[in-house]
Design a protein around this ligand. Structure first.
Ligand code: ZN
Length: 171
């Protein structure tokens, strides 16, 4: 098999979340997206992850490769695309993502920040405000996810290790 001519990325400062801006009843996966992007002249699908309507995540480019999803930061970012968010004219409409999609997004972001601790999680609209992509506020969403995770962590530790709270008070 001939692999595409991916180029290795040297730095990863952003995890950029996108939306396909397709209507909620339409699903799309990596294969159709890859052929579309390649017809447009890319070496491969532009994103690293594509999250389908049922939450299943398709792998796009390898995470170490430079993507093609946000020209301002392609050389320093990983790109994730949620399927949905738009209307029949591919215009931003509403964040109509399903719960499994949002769970997958959280899971991927949590994994990526472990691999790239310096990376900031942002929406495409940070670099391209007129696109409105991905149709919701990523920094707000991410701080909620991080907060809930911290609470969960505390709860687990408090149950399993009754002294954990005491130990925490000491430092
Ligand atoms: Zn986008």
């Amino acid at each position: 098999m001939n692999f595409p001519k991916w180029i290795k990325r040297d730095e990863t400062n952003f995890i950029v979340v996108h939306s396909s801006l397709t209507k909620g009843s339409d699903d799309e996966g990596v294969e159709s997206m890859r052929s579309l992007h390649m017809r447009q002249g890319c070496v491969d699908v532009g994103y690293h992850f594509i999250i389908r309507r049922n939450g299943v995540t398709d792998l796009g480019r390898p995470i170490h490769a430079i993507g093609n999803h946000c020209p301002q930061v392609d050389e320093q970012s990983v790109g994730i695309c949620l399927i949905g968010g738009g209307d029949k004219n591919r215009k931003a409409k509403a964040p109509d993502y399903n719960i499994p999609q949002m769970e997958s997004l959280a899971y991927i972001c949590l994994s990526l920040v472990r691999i790239y601790p310096e990376a900031e999680i942002v929406g495409h609209n940070r670099f391209s405000p007129e696109s409105k992509c991905p149709v919701f506020n990523i920094p707000d969403w991410w701080s909620e996810v991080s907060y809930e995770l911290k609470q969960l962590h505390k709860t687990i530790h408090a149950d399993q290790f009754p002294l954990f709270d005491e130990l925490q008070k000491e430092d």
